[in-house]
Design a protein around this ligand. Structure first.
Ligand code: SF4
Length: 327
């Protein structure tokens, strides 16, 4: 039995029961497959009842306020509710490589990452595992977990579910992949991505606001949005930047990523079969600067080798003021 946890994480037994109940007819994400995950039924994401993870480690390649000096306590969950044809982590997200973990084992993993000095618990692809994660956090909090929780999502979330995480998640780190539902369906197999991701991200921002760092430049709280620049999608990213500027705020953290490299099934799509050019990347970062975003990170496009593309490193270049102020 999982105990009610410390106030910090605001997790009640009622919330745990409610989230667990959703798995009887799964509507955790916008796919709303309505399969019973308490049995062996699987929906679009192929996730079952027991959590599956592929790895847990101190990650040093995230954005500087997330990785800090001691690393981000990153837990890569198996499966995903998006089927991106260019996914770099396709072995985990699409092919299901991972291992089962009970709630108590997951809680232990979180505590052990904290013990090693990690600045936060970074939950990668958490959307489809929220009930299991919340149970584990409740257990870990009762045993002393106190570092910030990072919700690191591809952005295909439901705002109603995100509302339930109010007071639990400290840092939201969503991708915004698309500003076109057609592209989202074609490349990631998801419907109504734009409406769903934007509504969910607005709710995230309502809960945690802009990115707040401590005196050492480590993130304590807030919203950090990641934009992966895809080839031939510059207008799409500009539209997303307009959305952030007009409907959220410039105080959010912004990470503009140059690391796209054709992977997995991307070669089936000629338009996705190349890296992003330096010109495309520069156009996006210049537009972000023109809109007044100052709290952000970019990658050094020229120095990204293919190997780097698998191990993103955000420490190589900075153009936004926030990074420079906190160096
Ligand atoms: S979490 Fe998985 S099973 Fe549940 S609605 Fe989403 S895709 Fe379907």
């Amino acid at each position: 039995m999982v105990k009610s946890c410390q106030k910090k994480y605001n997790i009640s037994d009622e919330l745990i029961a409610k989230l667990d109940g959703l798995l009887h007819e799964c509507t955790l994400c916008p796919h709303e497959c309505r399969v019973n995950r308490h049995t062996s039924s699987k929906g679009f994401c192929k996730a079952g009842y027991e959590a599956e993870i592929s790895s847990a480690m101190a990650h040093h390649g995230e954005e500087p306020p997330i990785s800090g000096s001691f690393g981000s306590g990153t837990i890569f969950f198996t499966h995903c509710n998006m089927k991106c044809v260019y996914c770099q982590n396709y072995q985990i997200s699409q092919e299901g490589h991972g291992r089962f973990l009970s709630v108590l084992e997951l809680s232990k993993k979180m505590l052990s990452l904290q013990q090693t000095g990690c600045h936060n618990i970074n939950l990668v692809s958490p959307t489809i595992w929220i009930p299991q994660i919340i149970k584990a956090v409740a257990d870990a909090a009762a045993k002393g977990l106190y570092i910030p929780l990072v919700y690191n999502t591809g952005g295909y979330d439901k705002s109603e579910i995100i509302k339930m995480l109010d007071g639990i998640v400290d840092i939201y780190m969503p991708d915004i992949r698309y500003s076109s539902n057609e592209m989202a369906f074609k490349y990631s197999g998801v419907k109504n991505y734009v409406e769903n991701s934007r509504a969910a991200i607005k709710e995230m921002h309502r809960q945690v606001g802009g990115l707040v760092l401590d005196r050492n430049g480590i993130a304590l709280k807030g919203l950090l949005i990641r934009l992966l620049v895809l080839p031939d999608n510059i207008d799409g990213i500009k539209d997303t930047l307009d959305f952030i500027k007009n409907e959220l705020s410039e105080d959010i953290g912004l990470s503009i990523m140059a690391q796209y490299h054709p992977e997995y099934k991307a070669y089936r799509y000629p338009e996705l079969s190349r890296n992003v050019t330096a010109g495309e990347y520069r156009e996006v970062t210049s537009y972000a600067e023109k809109l007044g975003f100052e709290n952000g990170w970019v990658q050094d496009h020229y120095s990204l080798s293919v190997e780097d593309m698998f191990r993103p490193d955000f420490k190589k270049e900075k153009v936004f003021k926030y990074y420079e102020d906190n160096k």
